[in-house]
Design a protein around this ligand. Structure first.
Ligand code: HEC
Ligand code: HEC
Ligand code: HEC
Ligand code: HEC
Length: 457
């Protein structure tokens, strides 16, 4: 309890009842609010399950938000998806359905560069189909009609406490859309002025900043009047900090990436400025033997329905061959390497990489209960060249590209196969491995040791 509150109580007890403190006095307690923050979901509706003990997932978040209501407001930073492709369109729809859940509806949602990569009419359509959700982009302005589907700020109130939420996207939709619709990006200072229009003195000023922690620090340092809390979204750090950072007296937090945590932060503005009186970063975990424990069943069903929708919509084919290969060469399959690199081929055949597709096939039935071989995110790390021209499309059309084959690591080989000396394949190093063996899929990945297991020089 703050010291002055204790004093009030003491003097209260000492005074005759008719002199009890009038309610107006209570209004003068400092502005205070508890926000439950998240952001940078990057389309991770739930963890991939490649390693045990993974945290995150919307069904767990939803469970948490309902079971533990120690927050005043639910604030989602944005970057709900980051790729902008046909899969993201389906992901975003499911995600918004979950954030719109009447049992724990989100109070404000920031808009980030990742969200703006979606076709703008799709994004706009979604914003309009969820009228109860409010999407904030303080630094996006549009000349003329039809204007923007986002708002420059959101005001939240609970009891006597008020919060204004502003958000800097620091990005526009693709250039053609922005030009056609007259959408402009405002400088942070101008955006902040606009976001604070008519704000009540006792409202806490919370600013979400997309891009990087440094951009968020700059906003905390430079903007006037000072924000009471800055939230960095798009943070490269995997996990939220252990404690909030103070940037010239302004508290700064970030929720980490991939929706693995929610962060509860209580801010209060006293005479000396804002301070965080309570802070907790909560990992959204299941349990060792039952990963779906602590999940909301209804929301889990929505995620599952999304998986089947992705299959029925043939999103797998629509996500294939969307980009050129880096060198312009085409994928040819492992068999075309075997003749000249027999030892390497035999070594590879004995490695788990050669069976990565079968692993998906098996997992679909006995572990996941949904068609993982149709889900683009899974395919990307369990096949060759998925998403690139001449890469994996489906097991019928491109059977030679199932599994983590030679060219997934060494690059497309058509030119090299024709004339190895004239077209050497680029050197690769452990950063190639870490594309797939990252902190979630392979938390214990050690290059020296793992390379020995697949060595084939
Ligand atoms: C395109 C994604 C991808 C890349 C790149 C990749 N791996 Fe893998 N790796 C996988 C997958 C998927 C599996 C699991 C295969 C299975 O069990 O079906 C795997 C499994 C392995 C295993 C076996 C693990 C075990 O449990 O025994 C080793 C070892 C390994 N990888 C080493 C490497 C090394 C070293 C590199 C870099 C030179 C690398 N991988 C690059 C996707 C990748
Ligand atoms: C970023 C790359 C990546 C993505 C995305 C990915 N995987 Fe994996 N997966 C891996 C790697 C790497 C391994 C091997 C992990 C290890 O042994 O270190 C693996 C291993 C597995 C395994 C074997 C685990 C075991 O217990 O032996 C299964 C099953 C699997 N993945 C299924 C999936 C499914 C289903 C999806 C989609 C929801 C998926 N993966 C998405 C990289 C990925
Ligand atoms: C998981 C990634 C991965 C896969 C899959 C893979 N390699 Fe490699 N390969 C490497 C790495 C890492 C090296 C060692 C670093 C280097 O030489 O670039 C290497 C080395 C080689 C070399 C020797 C290069 C040299 O000059 O020493 C050849 C040849 C080769 N691989 C061919 C193949 C063939 C053929 C296949 C498929 C049958 C294959 N590789 C599959 C990662 C992979
Ligand atoms: C016609 C025979 C032939 C075929 C087919 C072939 N290679 Fe090679 N590969 C070579 C020769 C020869 C070298 C170069 C040796 C040198 O210059 O030291 C080489 C070198 C490499 C290297 C070392 C780095 C480099 O390019 O110099 C890798 C990796 C490699 N090949 C992978 C592959 C893969 C993957 C495939 C299948 C897509 C493949 N090769 C197909 C003959 C072949």
């Amino acid at each position: 309890m703050p010291a002055h509150a204790a004093l009030l109580l003491l003097s209260c007890a000492a005074l005759p009842a008719f002199l009890a403190i009038p309610p107006a006095r209570l209004d003068r307690e400092p502005p205070r609010a508890t926000l439950r923050l998240s952001g940078e979901l990057e389309g991770r509706l739930e963890p991939c399950g490649c390693a045990s003990g993974q945290v995150g997932g919307l069904a767990r978040r939803s469970y948490r938000n309902q079971q533990d209501r120690s927050y005043d407001f639910l604030v989602e930073g944005g970057d709900l998806c980051v790729d902008g492709g046909p899969l993201d369109e389906l992901k975003l729809f499911t995600t918004l359905n979950i954030l719109d859940d009447r049992r724990a509806r989100y109070d404000a949602i920031g808009v980030g560069a990742g969200d703006l990569r979606l076709p703008f009419d799709v994004l706009e359509g979604y914003v309009q189909s969820f009228p109860e959700l409010r999407f904030v982009a303080s630094d996006l302005a549009a000349d003329g009609e039809p204007g923007l589907p986002f708002v420059p700020f959101v005001d939240l109130a609970k009891d006597a406490h008020r919060v204004r939420i502003a958000s800097l996207a620091r990005a526009t939709p693709v250039a053609e859309v922005a030009a056609a619709r007259g959408i402009r990006l405002l400088e942070p200072t101008a955006a902040w002025q606009r976001a604070l229009a008519g704000v009540a003195d006792d409202a806490l000023r919370v600013l979400l900043v997309h891009g990087s922690i440094d951009a968020a620090r700059a906003a905390a340092r430079e903007l006037q009047p000072r924000p009471d809390l800055v939230v960095a979204i798009d943070a490269t750090e995997h996990e939220p900090p252990r404690a909030p950072e103070l940037v010239d007296g302004v508290p700064l937090v970030h929720p980490g990436i991939r929706g693995r945590f929610v962060v509860d932060v209580t801010i209060e503005r006293g005479p000396d400025g804002p301070r965080v009186t309570d802070y907790e970063a909560i990992p959204l975990a299941g349990s060792g033997d039952r990963p779906d424990r602590f999940e909301d069943a209804e929301m889990r069903e929505l995620v599952l329905a999304h998986r089947f929708e992705v299959r029925d919509d043939d999103t797998r084919a629509r996500m294939a061959e969307r980009r050129a290969t880096a060198t312009g060469a085409r994928y040819t399959g492992n068999a075309s390497c075997a003749g000249c690199h027999t030892d390497a081929f035999i070594a590879w055949q004995g490695s788990k990489h050669a069976h990565a597709w079968e692993t998906l096939e098996k997992a679909a039935e006995d572990r996941y209960g949904w068609p993982v071989t149709h889900y683009p995110d899974c395919i990307a790390c369990h096949t060759v060249g998925y998403g690139e021209v001449s890469g994996f499309v489906d097991p019928e059309r491109t059977p030679e590209l199932r599994g983590v084959g030679c060219e997934e690591c060494h690059g497309p080989g058509s030119a090299h196969v024709d004339d190895p000396a004239a077209h050497p394949l680029g050197r690769i190093d452990q950063s190639t491995c870490r594309r797939c063996h990252d902190f979630e899929q392979s938390p214990t990945f050690d290059y020296e040791q793992r390379w020995k297991a697949i060595e084939h020089r």
